[in-house]
Design a protein around this ligand. Structure first.
Ligand SMILES: Nc1ncnc2c1ncn2[C@@H]1O[C@H](COP(=O)(O)OP(=O)(O)OP(=O)(O)O)[C@@H](O)[C@H]1O
Ligand SMILES: [Mg+2]
Length: 285
């Protein structure tokens, strides 16, 4: 069976899919691309909502800050209202920080991108949570690559991703367990794998965990933003996050990023690159 693959301009892609196995693979890739596109559309819609609301709040905040600063400059040292005005001022500044974080989430910048060794980014994220792991009785196995695995990322943003994955793993093992971390080179990519022996994720939840606000942590323990923010960050640097899990056995999250060497060999940057293919049977071509 011969199948022609065409791009969105209806040009035939110079490869003919010859057997059903390959057709299946292309179909799976297409399905994954569609899920990813839906995720991006959802995030864009939420992003717009957040940006609009944040701008409104910011305008009002500027007015509050100006008025409170002006009033503070006018009143005497011993005035009983001084403390209240200072509180208004400090709290308004605090809200301004929250709004700024929301804007950063909705309009993520690429940040300060530079070449870093993935081993050391993972290591420093782990170091921050090592004490917590000991307290929870979690055994920790590490297997870092012996060579430097250079990737082009913003180190702070990638630390945020690893922090999210590690805290999720810790949350999944409240009675202790084992966390295995493996960093290695694989097909032109650097991968960081986090395997826990926690509660696991039911299959019906597995395709929702990267959606914003999806959480199973009740009582305000989770916002459900950790994985969607992580997904966005990794995607921005041309990488991907994959998850697999078995209820009662544990979960594995794998972050994969293009190696800087592989990136520099390509003529155009991978970041933000999107592709779309459509499959036609021979009669339609
Ligand atoms: N390692 C894991 N083991 C079991 N479940 C997990 C794991 N990682 C993620 N999950 C599931 O995915 C959901 C979404 O995770 P995500 O990090 O996006 O949000 P959260 O941890 O609930 O809240 P937040 O990260 O905003 O504090 C979690 O509530 C949990 O149900
Ligand atoms: Mg989380």
């Amino acid at each position: 069976m011969a199948i022609k693959v065409v791009d969105r301009e209806e040009r035939i892609v110079p490869s003919t899919v010859r057997d059903i196995t390959e057709l299946k693979r292309v179909e799976e890739e297409l399905a994954t691309a569609q899920v990813e596109a839906a995720q991006v559309r959802k995030l864009a819609a939420i992003g717009k909502l957040v940006v609009d609301a944040a701008h409104e709040v910011n305008n009002r905040l500027t007015a509050i800050l100006m008025a409170s600063s002006f009033a503070l400059g006018q009143i005497d040292e011993g005035d009983p209202c001084k403390l209240d005005l200072e509180t208004i001022n400090e709290e308004a500044l605090y809200i301004r920080d929250i709004v700024k974080n929301l804007l950063d989430f909705a309009r993520p910048s690429r940040g300060r991108v530079k070449e870093v060794d993935l081993n050391s980014v993972v290591q420093s994220s782990v170091a921050l949570l090592q004490h917590q792991m000991e307290l929870q009785g979690i055994k920790f196995r590490k297997d870092y690559a012996s060579e430097a695995l250079r990737v082009m990322v913003d180190e702070n943003q990638m630390s945020e991703v690893f922090h999210n994955l590690l805290t999720n793993a810790l949350d999944a093992m409240p009675q202790g367990g084992c966390l295995t971390i493996r960093v290695r080179r694989q097909n032109g990519h650097a991968t960081a794998e986090f395997r826990d022996t926690g509660v696991g994720i039911p299959p019906e939840n597995l395709n929702q965990i990267f959606e914003p606000f999806f959480t199973t942590k009740g009582d305000g323990n989770g916002t459900g933003l950790g994985l969607s923010i992580s997904y966005n960050i990794v995607n921005k640097f041309g990488g991907k996050i994959e998850a697999e899990s078995q209820v009662g056995k544990g979960s594995t999250f794998i972050v994969s990023l293009p190696l800087a060497v592989a990136l520099s060999r390509q003529c155009q940057p991978m970041v933000g690159q999107s592709s779309k293919i459509r499959i036609l049977s021979e009669g339609q071509a």
